[in-house]
Design a protein around this ligand. Structure first.
Ligand SMILES: C[S@@+](CC[C@H](N)C(=O)[O-])C[C@H]1O[C@@H](n2cnc3c(N)ncnc32)[C@H](O)[C@@H]1O
Length: 282
């Protein structure tokens, strides 16, 4: 194929993708238009193959006329990779550096944004139990993927993942045994219901929704990497509005506030673990 024909095909595909993302937004209010284009394109290509569509326009037609496909499509458009106490040093820093500040509050609100299937929520709940903060804390666990949220609400994980979770928990400075918090049966580990009794699970999009509570700690890890700069700014703007004075924001190892338009509202608190503290008066 001559280079000019390939370029024109690429351009046509880009137009189709924009139209497809517009269609998803207009029909279902899921807004992927501000996601990093290279990865959206890669994942939409996988979806196109899965749905047996020759082009993105065909996929658009199916998505518009068959709403039942949406959950399947969301599985392609969102990445559901998580683990308990993922990046254990992050949790160690929360435990050793952030918790002493949180202890000074009579009540706490913690927002796990982009909680996926719940591993990060249960990790934080266990850490808060170990540190004696659990009973005074209300957790919000939010995501746009309904299937992931439902799995988060059940708190059941494959038993073969528990070895890794246990090791992560130990490296995070865990003070108890992870096995205190789950019952193993039929190849699955079912986590203690009590761990989610103070949790509100909710469908919330960082791309389209507003702030819903004042919080003292927000953990949003491995989510902003999928957004373009404008959408990252929107999300960090929400976090800044939600955080109380001197509240904490934890990001993933691959994320930072370095190029954010809201960077000056935060001070670096634990640099390597990407934990920030909202500045006074911002
Ligand atoms: C890779 S997972 C991260 C899970 C967990 N935070 C962790 O670090 O292990 C990314 C999550 O972000 C969610 N997500 C993607 N776009 C979102 C948006 N606009 N608002 C809220 N969550 C979103 C996805 O559905 C997915 O569950």
């Amino acid at each position: 194929m001559p280079a000019s024909a390939a370029t024109s095909l690429g351009k046509t595909e880009d137009i189709e993708i924009r139209l497809l993302l517009d269609a998803i937004y207009l029909k279902y209010h899921y807004d992927f238009r501000g996601y990093a284009m290279a990865s959206v394109k890669r994942r939409l290509n996988q979806a196109r193959e899965h749905f047996n569509c020759r082009s993105f326009s065909m996929l658009q037609d199916q998505v518009l006329h068959e709403p039942a496909l949406l959950p399947d499509l969301l599985r392609y458009l969102t990445v559901q990779v998580s683990e308990m106490f993922r990046d254990p040093l992050y949790f160690r820093a929360i435990r050793e550096k952030v918790v002493p500040h949180l202890r000074t509050y009579p009540s706490l609100k913690v927002w796990i944004a982009g909680c996926s299937t719940g591993e990060e929520l249960y990790s934080m709940a266990i850490l808060f139990r170990e540190e004696g903060l659990f009973d005074r804390t209300l957790f919000y666990a939010t995501d746009i993927n309904g299937d992931a949220l439902r799995k988060a609400e059940t708190g059941v994980y494959d038993l073969d993942r528990i070895k890794l979770f246990t090791e992560n928990h130990r490296l995070s400075g865990g003070k108890t045994s992870l096995s205190d918090y789950y019952v193993a049966a039929y190849g699955a580990a079912s986590f203690d219901k009590g761990l989610r009794k103070n949790t509100v699970f909710s469908d919330h999009s960082l791309a389209t929704d507003a702030v819903f509570a004042e919080t003292q700690l927000i953990s949003c890890r491995n989510v902003l990497i999928y957004f373009n700069k404008d959408l990252q700014d929107r999300a960090v703007g929400l976090f800044s509005q939600s955080l109380a004075r001197k509240g904490f924001l934890g990001l993933g190892a691959k994320e930072s506030l370095r190029f954010s338009e809201h960077a000056e509202r935060f001070a670096e608190f634990a640099r390597d673990e990407r934990i920030y503290q909202k500045r006074d008066g911002s």
